[in-house]
Design a protein around this ligand. Structure first.
Ligand SMILES: O=C(O)CCC(=O)C(=O)O
Length: 165
């Protein structure tokens, strides 16, 4: 067993659990390459952003969905965009302004597309991936962010499992 941390909230992990393998950047070179492309070439509001974080979400079929929410910004660089890269089957992204519960804008998230959720839009609109009306296969989204928190590689990475096997 390996002890992670020295404070009262530290815990033990089995020896076979190697934290390096639970980091998408280390595990999937394709994601690291995409992040590098975005860091070097993607300008938003006239500047480059330090895209240093990725979360992958797998929607196994049209029944997998995410309800309306805004993205929490506690750890992200102020003003930075949230970049949603889509792979696989197209799914609709719905956007709803906080000021008007009856208005919904729908964007078709095509494979290979990059949707830019700007900081102001995230602050004043909610977004969702609704259940698909038609039969649809799987989709993966990779969400890139500019995280300002330093990552301590000696600490564990927490995973929230949001898909069903
Ligand atoms: O998968 C997507 O396109 C959006 C995911 C999302 O809204 C989120 O993870 O906060």
């Amino acid at each position: 067993m390996q002890r992670v941390g020295t404070t009262p909230d530290s815990f033990y992990l089995p020896d076979y659990f190697d934290l390096r393998f639970y980091r998408p950047f280390a595990r999937v070179p394709f994601i690291a390459q995409l992040a590098e492309e975005l860091r070097s070439n993607f300008r938003w509001n006239g500047q480059l952003w330090n895209i240093n974080h990725a979360i992958c979400t797998h929607y196994k079929d049209g029944s997998d969905n995410i309800g309306f929410h805004d993205d929490k910004i506690r750890n992200i660089t102020p003003g930075s965009p949230i970049l949603i890269f889509s792979l696989g089957n197209s799914r609709d992204l719905q956007l709803k302004p906080n000021s008007d519960a009856n208005k919904v804008v729908t964007v078709s998230m095509q494979s290979g597309s990059l949707f830019v959720l700007g900081a102001q839009t995230n602050a004043s609109w909610k977004h969702a991936i609704p259940v698909a009306k038609d039969t649809v296969g799987s989709r993966i989204s990779i969400i890139f962010r500019d995280i300002k928190t330093e990552i301590d590689t000696t600490k564990p990475v927490y995973f929230k499992k949001i898909w069903r096997d």
